[in-house]
Design a protein around this ligand. Structure first.
Ligand code: SAM
Length: 255
């Protein structure tokens, strides 16, 4: 059975798409999407020989050799412009995902949708999408086997820039304390990039759990760097405190 994480990524692929799954490892995602009739053909890209061989075996065993092309290469180098409609990149850090997108930006001509699942550093991915006019159309957060994952879906739209401007214009969250006092908190673009503009408004239990854990981590870092005399460390500490404050304010609003 396919993991919930990969199933939810597959659900973001429009029916009838041609898919490139970059960093495909065992090619589980393209094989599943093909069996479900979601995609018509796929490229499974891998930079490493071991995972490439595993992907080829999986594809052969599934009897999908004609439909899923396993290719060895770095990032988007394995595709030609116009060859696919959707690109998925999952299970890597946000910084690596961003470098794959940047290095292969020419290959994205004709791609309609990106489905990205960074294990960490989601903020980098949102920022890249915003700066390159990919409209962030959907976000998911889920927990599986004790880990929390975010899945970001972005679309190539003619008015992506305008739509993103609205999405990241900033929002106001209202908190009601137990004594019925009402406080408004403004969430600016930087915070929306960090928390996710949809995820923050949805405020799910998993989202709250993720960021309360993050508070614990930040508090530990703030406590350890705060004592230092060093100027750089103090600036870092101040930045952490600022972040901490935002996270706390957001969580108050969601309670
Ligand atoms: N996408 C699968 C998933 O989400 O379950 C596999 C994730 S696995 C942790 C990451 C895979 O990405 C590894 O198999 C690794 O070899 C591959 N990878 C890392 N950097 C890559 C790059 N620049 N281009 C293609 N594949 C890459």
């Amino acid at each position: 059975k396919l993991s919930t994480r990969l199933t939810k990524i597959a659900e973001q692929i429009p029916t009838g798409s041609r898919l490139a799954d970059i960093g495909s490892d065992h090619a589980l995602l393209p094989v599943f999407a093909m069996r479900k009739g979601i995609i018509t053909e796929a490229i499974a890209g891998e930079v490493n020989v071991g995972p490439r061989d595993a992907a080829q075996r999986q594809v052969n065993e599934a009897g999908l050799k004609e439909k899923i092309n396993v290719r060895l290469g770095n990032g988007l180098a394995v595709i030609e412009p116009g060859e696919v409609d959707v690109v998925t990149i999952a299970g890597m850090g946000g910084v690596l995902i961003v470098s794959i997108l940047s290095e292969g930006i020419d290959k994205l001509a004709g791609v309609q949708r990106l489905v990205l699942q960074p294990n960490v550093g989601e903020e980098n991915v949102r920022r890249w999408l915003l700066e390159h006019d990919w409209f962030l159309s959907h976000e998911q957060i889920l927990e599986e086997d004790g880990r929390i994952y975010e899945i970001l879906t972005a679309d190539h739209l003619p008015d992506a820039s305008t739509q993103n401007q609205q999405l990241y214009a900033g929002i106001t969250l209202t908190a009601r304390s137990t004594d019925h006092q009402v406080n408004d908190y403004h969430v600016d673009q930087d915070s929306l990039l960090r928390f996710g503009p949809y995820l923050i408004q949805e405020g799910s239990t998993i989202f709250q759990y993720k960021w309360s854990q993050e508070i614990n981590k930040l508090e530990k870092v703030a406590a350890s760097t705060g004592k230092s005399e060093n100027e750089e460390a103090q600036a870092k500490s101040a930045a952490f405190r600022q972040q901490l404050q935002t996270v706390k304010e957001v969580l108050v609003c969601l309670q």
